[in-house]
Design a protein around this ligand. Structure first.
Ligand code: AMP
Ligand code: ZN
Length: 140
């Protein structure tokens, strides 16, 4: 728990949120500044900043809530699809330093973009360079 963390304050009930689902270890609430109707955030109740900080059982629980909730969120707002993801670290756009998964309902013709659009210019990598990255990840 972090005293200055807005999502810890929501978990503790110190500031209001539109909670939509709760388990022992995870909480889901509507984003206060939604990108689309039904934009939902799923957080671990315990304060963890990024993916690498999350214990495996908690990661499982958060992901279970995401998988359970996504179809319900979609159907409530009559969405055609959803983007599900998280900004893992400041350079990726993470503003609240308490891990949270975004469920963003999507609608045909809504003018949005796929997750492929989140990074900058595509890097010009050779097959050898891509192979080397794969090898490095495998051997970590
Ligand atoms: P991120 O950039 O991934 O850290 O996203 C933070 C998200 O939290 C943004 O979509 C905000 O609109 C949302 N947010 C910030 N404060 C609150 C709050 N008090 N209640 C609900 N959502 C919030
Ligand atoms: Zn927190």
């Amino acid at each position: 728990m972090s005293e200055e963390c807005i999502f810890c304050s929501i978990v503790d009930g110190d500031i209001p949120a539109r909670t939509v689902h709760e388990t022992d270890a995870a909480l889901a609430f509507l984003d206060a500044n939604p990108l689309a109707p039904g934009h939902t955030l799923v957080v671990p109740k315990a304060h963890h900043r990024q993916i690498e900080d999350l214990p495996a059982d908690l990661a499982q629980e958060v992901f279970d809530v995401v998988t359970e909730l996504t179809p319900h969120v979609r159907s409530v707002v009559d969405a055609d699809a959803a983007n599900v993801g998280l900004n893992d670290g400041e350079a990726a756009g993470q503003e609240v330093p308490h891990l949270h998964v975004h469920i963003v309902p999507r609608f045909e013709g809504d003018g949005g973009a796929p997750i492929h659009a989140v990074a900058g210019e595509r890097p010009d990598l050779t097959d050898d360079e891509i192979d080397a990255i794969a090898e490095s990840i495998r051997s970590e």
